[in-house]
Design a protein around this ligand. Sequence first.
Ligand SMILES: [Zn+2]
Length: 465
Amino acid sequence: MRLLIKNGSVVTPDGVLEQDILCEDGRIAALLERGHNAQADETVDVSGKLVFPGFIDPHVHSRDPGMTEKEDFAHSTLGALVGGVTTILEMPNAIPPVDSVEVLRQRKEQHEGVAWVDFGLWGIAIGDSNIDELGPMFEAGAAAIKIFWGYALRKDTKQLVYNLGDEPPENLILPPDNGAVLRVFEAVAAAGGLLAAHCEDRDILAASQEDLGHPIETYEDLLAARPAVAEATSIAVGAQFAKATGCRFHVVHMASAAGADVVREAQDLGLPVTAETCPQYLSLTDSDYERVGPMMKVYPPIRSAEDRDALWEAVNDGTIVSIGSDHAPHTVKEKSQGLATQPAGGVGCETFGPVMLDRMFAGDTTPERFADVMSTSTAKLYGLYPRKGAILPGSDADLTIVDPGATWTVRNEELVAKQPTSAWNGFELTGMPTMVILRGEVAMKDRKPVGEHRGRFVPARHNAG
Ligand SMILES: [Zn+2]
């Protein structure tokens, strides 16, 4: 099967190429100068459109299995596909969480039956109790290990507990102390893997809430209870652990200027520290609360315009190497509660590409930098490159085709998520992914899937240290 993508502008991190792409048997066979006479079984003319390496969303919580009233893998991967994504990396905290090779293999089997896009899997670190599983999970192809730093887990389901007072202590696995976290860094370093963390220092959050003196009522209260110094402090400790162990340390969903400064300083010292941010931190600020309301509640919280601008600067100077949606849905009912009581997180993988493209076309970043943080650098970080994230001969023929002139008004009722609760409901966005090629076949056109689901597990290959 030969597919020819004709007349598009091919965007790579190194430049924009006016070339055609020949795909054969699921892979990229060649990049061709215009005027060639290559023949194909199917030709797609994409004049006037941008052709990106397929977008990779490395931060998706599909809630499957165990919480499928909130979302499931079929819905999250369909949302990813219609939003222009070709590969997702699934977070480990479903029920049961991916805390062993055995669960990782089960999860791969389960998801392969329903996936609309290709996927990799995260494993979870639960302190000392599963430290011997971390190396074997990387050998089985885990993309990275996540530590929900500072969070207690329920003993029965190993789910995060947001408020320690909500559960009797005998039901809890207490958060690992820093000594145990350092051991996790050592184990991931020994495996040559990547360790990522939610970075908000638990003690600073607790003291800030205490200082607030009353439950959260306003958005200002939420920001006061979760200050940026909590994020910056965790990152600084993680950077020291990375220095001490040689472990590659990745900060997920970084939301503050202070956090970005600490990452940049660590990188300047040559430490193996990288960072991700999310569309919500790059496109919304606290001043959007009036319009969006509690639906924009996420942890860490969306902060000021200065934080947003600093995050863009970090994207553009290379401090931030990857963008993820942090797709973390809850039910419409749960998300309809007030700011104080509703759970943090919302629908994201379907709007991931469109929201970021809207910002790119508004001038916040260049197409080249966009291709890097939405695909190429992400693939490199998680051991998927050059199979994914590249428009090179031999790479999987995963392409996201973008129409710069297309607009889309986000409407909850039109989203494919099981529980559609978008912070961007009602926003009009410019520049849309109008076609997805997945391993050499047209898999999405104009927000509609083409053919059957065909997603496969993609094992990560990290160099053993
Ligand atoms: Zn997350």
